[in-house]
Ligand binder design. Structure first.
Ligand code: SIN
Length: 315
């Protein structure tokens, strides 16, 4: 039987607190990934390897951590004796990492991200069941010959290209931006029902993570958005290094306050690549005739930022 490699990056799943009755008071990224594995009785006897790649609260996610994660994934996925990889992650930026990996992984083997909304010390800790489910999904996907990036959370399998955090505190915190999960799991972690086809992967672009990340910022449109923020980042870039891209989180279908729009025109004239997404959770943004700015489809603004960085790197 091939091994499942579990790469730990921190998050609430590895978080601990002192008072189980006040489980919202805790520190993320305290337990090692080996400790997380040891806490799941159903994983005893399963061929597993646990490797710590990072130990962070995922609000602090960075290109450097993505680079380390990419290196570890590339090494582990190339091993003949590895069925696939689980990544334990914080929930807060899981959608960015999942989308990034979706674009970079070649899709021959399964890569499953998982996380938790409660720390390991909480009475209703959801990490152990999520980790067990994630390992089972790797094993089952490998058995079915399925590869690519998915997230397994709260009994659901989500496409890595679509998953996003949609609730700040509920156990069932993720959705697919209006798309259904790929499948549901039963209470033992077995696949209960397939809902949509397994996703397909991007294209082995690991070399992108070795490059210096192009600077791409996100700016929201809102009442009184007069373009001051755009002017500010352009001025900052003149002193501290180039701004390569801007993702606009527009209103509704990606529309912009007229003041912001005028400033964006200046940014474009200065060579900044500007893409348009929406601050609305569902429905996305599609291209319309005469559009000057590329539309980001159903990507969230933070996923669109990842997409624009990869675009600027030629992936
Ligand atoms: C984090 O994202 O690392 C902290 C929050 C969480 O995992 O739920």
């Amino acid at each position: 039987m091939k091994s499942v490699v579990i790469l730990g990056t921190g998050g609430t799943i590895a978080g601990t607190g002192h008072d189980p009755d006040r489980s919202w008071q805790y520190r993320a990224a305290q337990l090692s990934v080996s400790q997380l594995v040891d806490a799941v009785p159903e994983l005893k006897g399963v061929p597993l390897e646990a490797l710590q790649v990072a130990q962070i609260d995922s609000k602090d996610m960075s290109w450097a951590v993505w680079r380390a994660l990419g290196q570890a994934l590339q090494t582990q996925l190339a091993r003949e004796d590895v069925a696939g990889v689980v990544i334990t992650h914080g929930t807060d930026t899981l959608e960015e990492t999942a989308y990034l990996l979706h674009c970079l992984v070649d899709g021959r083997k399964p890569v499953v991200l998982t996380a938790a909304m409660r720390p390991a010390t909480a009475p209703d800790a959801d990490g152990p069941a999520n980790l067990r489910d994630a390992v089972r999904v790797v094993q089952e996907a490998a058995r079915r010959g399925l590869g690519g990036v998915v997230a397994v959370l709260h009994g659901r399998i989500w496409a890595g290209s679509q998953v996003r955090k949609a609730h700040s505190s509920a156990l069932d915190a993720f959705d697919g931006g209006g798309r259904p999960p790929l499948a549901l799991l039963d209470e033992t972690g077995a696949w209960r029902e397939a809902i949509t086809p397994w996703p397909l992967s991007g294209k082995a672009g690991w070399q992108a993570l070795r490059a210096e990340p192009p600077r791409v910022e996100i700016i929201h449109s809102h009442a009184d958005a007069d373009g001051w923020m755009v002017q500010a980042v352009l001025a900052h870039a003149r002193q501290h290094g180039p701004l390569k891209g801007l993702v606009l989180a527009g209103t509704g279908h990606g529309t912009l306050h007229q003041g912001l729009e005028a400033a964006v025109t200046q940014a474009v004239a200065q060579g900044v690549t500007v893409w348009r997404s929406s601050r609305v959770a569902r429905g996305g943004v599609s291209s319309r005739e005469g559009d000057v700015l590329a539309a980001c489809g159903e990507l969230t603004p933070s996923q669109a930022r990842v997409a624009l960085m990869l675009y600027l790197l030629g992936v």
